[in-house]
Ligand binder design. Structure first.
Ligand SMILES: C[S@@+](CC[C@H](N)C(=O)[O-])C[C@H]1O[C@@H](n2cnc3c(N)ncnc32)[C@H](O)[C@@H]1O
Length: 271
């Protein structure tokens, strides 16, 4: 298992958190939309046949791909029942179907789907998975012979300002950990060939730290790290963290928030 995994939440907690977030998710998912749109644009030539969308959330990516003529069928898979319900109620294309399940258990969730999908796509979901090897093994197994895995995930520079601001308060881990590029590449190369990873930092600007932490919470992305012990979010600590973050305001009076996005393209390893 990849070492960052110890600090990730359990699937039950991830599922609960995203289920709770489902209703308001689309209103605060600015970053997620930017990344999903970029992933879709980068992979336009891959959109055909049968598609599996891992961590489909409210169904944004699945629905966009179902609109593509060359795509026959899209399965949106998510661990959060609330997300599946929401996606089902929003999108009505006959090409779409929804599957509750864990991306780390694809052979169990999708039995009889070996060598089925021309494309497995995933936008900002696999960073929640403790066992990336299991995700990649499952993806490789269900890809068709010439199939492609196309994925966006986050790198360790993500939310580095928030990490730094908390670092001025204590030594606990308040911000989720993300897998470094070399570790990610190695894990991918165990299961795929022609692995390409593009790294694109995105800097958003916020008016207040409160707005950032509220967005992270509504997105289901607030800190879940196991190391973040109970009671660490006391008012005093929070105030100190906010004070530290305030020192980062730019000349326009806004607070920078970095997301390091990795766009991955990998081909199925034909045995
Ligand atoms: C940040 S959202 C992205 C949703 C969607 N792809 C988008 O771009 O709007 C991440 C999604 O991944 C799902 N997820 C997290 N861990 C998962 C797992 N192990 N298996 C399947 N889905 C998972 C969450 O429930 C959530 O809906």
């Amino acid at each position: 298992m990849i070492s960052h995994a110890n600090f990730l939440p359990n699937v039950e907690d991830v599922a609960y958190s995203f289920s709770q977030a489902a209703k308001n998710y689309d209103q605060v998912a600015g970053l997620q939309r930017l990344v999903a749109d970029e992933l879709i644009t980068k992979g336009a030539d891959l959109h055909n046949g049968c598609v599996l969308d891992i961590g489909s959330g409210t169904g944004y990516v699945s629905a966009k791909l179902a609109d593509v003529e060359a795509v026959d069928k899209v399965t949106g898979l998510d661990i959060a029942q609330g997300m599946i319900n929401y996606a089902q109620s929003c999108h009505h294309s006959s090409k779409l179907n929804w599957q509750l399940g864990d991306a780390q258990q694809l052979p169990l969730v999708l039995p009889d789907h070996a060598n089925t999908y021309n494309l497995v796509i995933s936008s900002l979901a696999i960073q929640w998975c403790k066992n990336l090897n299991a995700v990649f093994a499952g993806v490789a197994q269900c890809l068709a012979e010439d199939g492609t895995f196309h994925c966006a995930t986050l790198g360790p520079q993500t939310l580095h300002q928030l990490k730094w601001a908390w670092g001025q308060v204590d030594d606990y881990q308040h911000v989720n950990e993300f897998v470094p590029l070399n570790v990610l590449r190695k894990a991918l190369e165990n299961h795929f060939v022609q692995v390409e990873i593009e790294c694109e930092p995105i800097e958003l600007k916020y008016k207040s730290v409160q707005q950032l932490t509220k967005d992270l919470k509504q997105l289901g992305a607030s800190n879940h790290n196991a190391r973040a012990a109970q009671g660490l979010m006391g008012v005093g600590r929070l105030r100190k963290m906010v004070q530290a973050y305030e020192s980062l305001r730019d000349e326009k009076g806004l607070l920078p928030v970095t997301y390091e996005v990795y766009y991955i393209k990998a081909k199925n390893k034909v045995e």
